[in-house]
Design a protein around this ligand. Structure first.
Ligand SMILES: [Mn+2]
Length: 192
């Protein structure tokens, strides 16, 4: 059973996550940020990772703490669910269109946290979210999940479409990367 859960409570946020890497893409997402709920539902659907997430936070300040901590908690739950990483495909990539927008997302569950985030001009806010918070989310997720993540926005005009292509792409890439396709550790070093 490749399931992971994580709970985290700070003075800024309170978050619980349960996920199942071998799920069907069933999402139960409750955060105070409507647009992020929409994006995480897409991530779950396209990754086929079941994701139950409850988050509250000091959104009266702004959304930064809540978005960052949600990224941390999902990342930690992924690490816990992966355990030894035996047999995983390790790499995943997806070029995902959303109407006029196209984004390339590549992941390597390498044990080496890294984010390359190449953005194109976005509106200052998408939904109620400051656009700068998407990088914050991807950074928090990639570093806590100890994976290399490249989010390469190629083109697009509509901010909602562009970000949606990022989250669908992350889902599609993670679906490939976490899939068990062998029975050994996918590294010539023997360790990930
Ligand atoms: Mn949408």
């Amino acid at each position: 059973m490749r399931q992971g859960s994580f709970e985290r409570k700070t003075k800024e946020t309170e978050i619980s996550v349960q996920l199942d890497l071998d799920g069907t893409g069933k999402a139960a997402i409750t955060t105070p940020i409507g647009f992020l709920n929409h994006m995480l539902e897409l991530f779950s659907f396209f990754s086929r990772i079941d994701l139950a997430l409850k988050a509250t936070g000091d959104v009266n300040v702004d959304f930064h703490h809540t978005v960052e901590d949600i990224g941390i908690c999902i990342g930690e739950a992924v690490v816990r669910a992966l355990t030894s990483k035996a047999g995983i495909h390790r790499f995943g990539h997806a070029a995902t269109p959303m109407d006029e927008a196209l984004t390339q997302v590549v992941v390597d569950i390498s044990g080496r946290p890294f984010l390359v985030y190449r953005a194109i001009p976005l509106p200052e806010k998408i939904g109620e979210m400051d656009s700068e918070l998407f990088e914050v989310f991807f950074q928090a997720f990639a570093f806590r999940a100890q994976l290399t993540l490249h989010v390469n926005m190629l083109y697009g005009d509509n901010g909602h479409h562009i970000i949606e292509s990022c989250f669908k792409g992350l889902g599609r890439a993670m679906r490939q990367a976490v899939k068990v396709t062998a029975n050994d550790i996918p590294s010539t070093k023997g360790v990930l």
